[in-house]
Design a protein. Structure first.
Lengths: 272, 253
């Protein structure tokens, strides 16, 4: 048997090949999971067209930056719902990475000669690419229904979506590597997604939250999801919330470093 | 100093692992000389899969040392893992993707892309007689065919040591024979070193180097024929039975 020789690369180009391979596989898998795509899309649309429409009359949003006029409630919740799409995606992909049927493919991944942190990062980036597709389809549908941001804002928001995707993916990765109780998605919804989403500026300006409870206001200020929403909100209106940017960057680096350090696939094997 | 090229394909020294109070590997030592076939024989639960998990970096923080062609798996994981091809016990291919998509994905994990890789994949698929299934989804393949694809995958990045963890479990007799024949042909035609874990005694030939594992310890190692002789047994089955009885004391042949 004569086999063509191959030379594996572990230089920068090798890293790029590895990253693109992992991202391509994630995208192919995503294309095959149509239900996942639709549920990721239906969820924010239900919020936008039912929940927000119902509250429109009761909740008037006064002029707050980055908005320069009073805005309908649907326009206010748009960035928060886009971030929610990424929140679900980040938790879902990171959890499946360790606990789902992925145990097998995780073994293959970890047998790669590239450093473990770079493989985790590649997985994270792959998840972000998928979440970008979900977010932009959601924004397109909203725009077609008249709920829109400035056209240029959709371009400016791209880096924000990338950073937010990385941040939420890193949080998910960290949770999946340290918290054994959060094994199924229902408990992730109860203990992570809902608290993060509701105690943030996604559904109401923090000023309004403060009128009800000072404690809740402080919690929401600390909540990284608030900063994710604000980063997206300002970017969609072609401006920069530098505090939100700093908070998102710091959270991403912190949680990625923690999960690269704490990541232990043995936990998955123990459950078998 | 021993140069990596002169080193054994696999050298395991004093490897121990516990799952809580249960000892899965107890000071295990094992060698696979370069270019040779070693069968790792043990009943279910002997520690074969735990050993494989250590050899593939799945279980970190082991007590003990693993060297692949002289490269320490902890200190120099990149060259060690680059030299390693693995067929895991569990199915680890993506059922929704095609054969080629799975293989190309694996190649990228080793920093491989381009025309040479495609040609190598084609040649390997031809070798396992599955060239005509390249575009098919894994889901549409039989168990034996999936195993052959997993062997191809383990060889895509041109490893020098092939690990197979019970590759024939769950297959029918014809598929089992085919897999065993394929791997033995590979050893004949290339300079590949192979560690083949199994609990099925009929996969072992008398001249094969065998290491018998039981409760995380090596109970015997040497040529199958020598192990039988040392145990005063009539067959490998009988020798294996004596060595893996609880309380049995083994000795290297």
């Amino acid at each position: 048997m004569i086999l063509p020789l191959v030379t594996p690369r572990r230089d920068l180009r090798g890293y790029a090949i590895c990253l693109s391979g992992i991202a391509a596989r994630e995208f192919l898998r995503f294309l095959h999971q149509k239900e996942r795509f639709f549920s990721a899309l239906v969820r924010p649309l239900v919020w936008l067209f039912i929940f927000a429409a119902g509250l429109r009359a009761t909740l008037a949003v006064s002029i707050i930056p980055p908005y320069i006029t009073t805005i309908p409630y649907e326009v206010y919740v748009l960035p928060g719902l886009a971030a929610m799409v990424q929140l679900f995606n980040g938790m879902q992909s990171s959890l499946s990475m360790v606990y789902d049927r992925e145990v097998g493919s995780m073994r293959v991944l970890l047998a790669s000669p590239f450093p473990r942190w770079s493989l985790l990062l590649a997985k994270l980036v792959a998840g972000v690419i998928v979440s970008l597709a979900q977010v932009y389809v959601f924004l397109l549908i909203a725009r077609l229904c008249g709920i829109e941001a400035p056209a240029l804002g959709y371009v400016c928001a791209l880096p924000a979506f990338i950073l937010v995707g990385l941040m939420l993916g890193a949080i998910g990765l960290f949770l999946s590597s340290v918290v054994r109780q959060l094994e199924n998605f229902a408990s992730i919804m109860n203990f992570v997604i809902f608290p993060m989403f509701f105690a943030s500026s996604g559904l109401y300006p923090l000023r309004q939250l403060r009128q009800s409870s000072e404690a809740l206001y402080i919690v929401s200020l600390i909540n990284p999801f608030t900063h994710a929403v604000e980063l997206i909100r300002f970017a969609l209106y072609i401006s920069l919330d530098s505090v939100a940017l700093a908070a998102c960057l710091a959270t991403t680096v912190l949680f990625f470093a923690l999960s690269a350090w704490a990541y232990d696939p043995a936990r998955a094997i123990l459950r078998q | 100093m021993v140069l990596p090229d002169d080193a054994p394909a696999l050298r395991v020294r004093g490897l121990s692992h516990r799952f809580g109070p249960r000892v899965a590997l107890d000071e295990l030592s094992l060698d696979v000389p370069a270019g040779s076939f070693v069968a790792l024989l043990g009943p279910n639960g002997a520690g074969k899969t735990t050993l494989f998990s250590h050899l593939t970096r799945f279980l970190p923080n082991a007590v003990g040392q693993v060297k692949i062609f002289g490269h320490d798996l902890c200190l120099a994981p990149a060259p060690a893992l680059a030299a390693l091809g693995v067929v895991f016990q569990a199915r680890t291919v993506d059922p929704d993707l095609s054969v080629v998509q799975n293989l190309v994905y694996h190649a990228t994990l080793h920093g491989l892309a381009g025309r040479d890789v495609k040609r190598r994949i084609d040649a390997l698929l031809a070798f396992v007689d599955l060239a005509d299934r390249a575009r098919d989804k894994i889901r549409d393949l039989s168990g034996g065919q999936v195993r052959r694809i997993e062997i191809v995958r383990a060889l895509v990045h041109a490893p020098r040591l092939l690990l197979l963890d019970e590759p024939t479990v769950g297959l029918d007799l014809a598929s089992r024979r085919m897999i065993a024949t394929l791997v033995r042909r590979l050893i004949g035609e290339t300079s590949l070193s192979v560690l083949w874990a199994t609990h099925l005694l009929d996969e072992i030939e008398m001249a094969d180097a065998v290491t018998i594992l039981h409760r995380g310890c090596v109970r015997a190692s040497g040529a199958a024929a020598d192990i039988i002789a040392n145990q005063n047994a009539a067959s490998l089955e009988q020798a294996f039975g004596q060595l893996t009885r609880d309380g049995a004391s083994g000795a290297a042949a």
